[in-house]
Design a protein around this ligand. Structure first.
Ligand code: THU
Length: 137
């Protein structure tokens, strides 16, 4: 699956967003090493802090299913009513969740580049000196 195809899946996932407070809708498409695809959307809450990002929704669905090896995630986010063409970088909490399950030099994060294409960064690039399971081994 190309990055562009994965981004198209993230855009589909974005249609499921529940974001009545921020009106910022995000979708994510997470590809496992075995080739399975998990979609996620942001799910907000009237108490605000229980809100969940699209990336974590996708990861938690996959982890529940027993998946432990991940290849790539595409993220599409932006204000409701607009196409998600600008980069929507994962928040720090989501980067930390990725760090739990992914090799930071291997796992790739795909974002819109603002020009109709995609940009790609490793988790290491987005979370330098990250703390993960290997630090506790
Ligand atoms: N959000 C995500 O779901 N993923 C991101 O990468 C950035 C932010 C959500 C959280 C909240 O529901 C809304 O976008 C505004 O921050």
């Amino acid at each position: 699956m190309t990055n562009e195809e994965l981004m198209a899946e993230a855009k589909k996932a974005r249609e499921h967003a529940y974001a009545p407070y921020s009106h910022f809708q995000v979708g994510a498409a997470l590809l496992t090493k075995s080739g399975k695809l998990y979609h996620g959307c942001n799910i907000e809450n009237a108490a605000y802090s229980p809100s969940n990002c699209a990336e974590r929704t996708a990861f938690f669905k996959a982890v529940y299913d027993g998946e432990r090896e991940f290849e790539r995630i595409a993220i599409a986010g932006g204000p409701a009513g607009k196409e998600a063409e600008e980069p929507c970088a994962p928040c720090g909490v989501c980067r930390q969740v990725m760090m739990e399950f992914c090799d930071p030099d291997d796992f790739q994060i795909i974002l819109a580049d603002g020009k109709g294409g995609c940009l790609q960064r490793s988790l290491r690039e987005l979370l330098p000196l990250g703390f993960g399971p290997k630090n506790l081994a």
